[in-house]
Design a protein around this ligand. Structure first.
Ligand code: FES
Length: 164
């Protein structure tokens, strides 16, 4: 094989290898949704008596099915609201993320509002938008009571408003 032809094949071969290596992250990004899974698992977030009537409390827990590379992203937090006596539904469980751009909202017990520190979004205690940029209510998670324990369905990312 003549030298010029050999170098030509070598260049094309190396270009193919480099292109393949550079394309792998993009390929991974494109096929990742095929392997995504929503956690069906309910997570025990505490005893029912840990949430007094009329209270709103923050609860932190880990994604029950973290991806190997989740790291700290597997940590999640929710707000558990228990309605005053006679109120329905008895519980509302909110993702901590604002529905505008996802910042964690904070509960202000004095005004009974959820406040978003990023752009001033405000939500009523039942999750409805009070003011600010968000147009959607806080994301709600499914829950159930088993015995005396409150269980919350634990998908890591907020999902559209779920109803019991
Ligand atoms: S992220 Fe909450 S108001 Fe923008």
């Amino acid at each position: 094989m003549e030298r010029r032809r050999f170098l030509s094949y070598l260049t094309v071969g190396l270009a193919g290898v480099v292109s393949s290596v550079l394309a792998l992250p993009a390929l991974g990004y494109l096929i990742a949704p095929l392997f995504a899974r929503a956690s069906e698992e309910f997570v025990d977030v505490g005893g029912v008596s840990d949430f007094p009537r009329g209270s709103v409390k923050a609860v932190k827990f880990k994604d029950p099915q973290p991806l190997p590379w989740s790291g700290r992203a597997a940590d999640t937090a929710i707000w558990v609201r228990r309605a005053p006596a006679g109120g329905a539904p008895e519980f509302q469980v909110f993702a901590e993320n604002c529905t505008h751009l996802g910042c964690p909202v904070d509960w202000r017990a004095d005004s009974r509002l959820f406040m978003c520190p990023c752009h001033g979004g405000v939500f009523h205690e039942d999750g409805r938008v009070a003011s600010g940029p968000p147009t959607q209510p806080l994301f709600e998670k499914q829950w159930r009571v088993e015995g005396e324990r409150l269980l919350v369905r634990g998908p890591l990312l907020p999902t559209p408003r779920l109803r019991q």
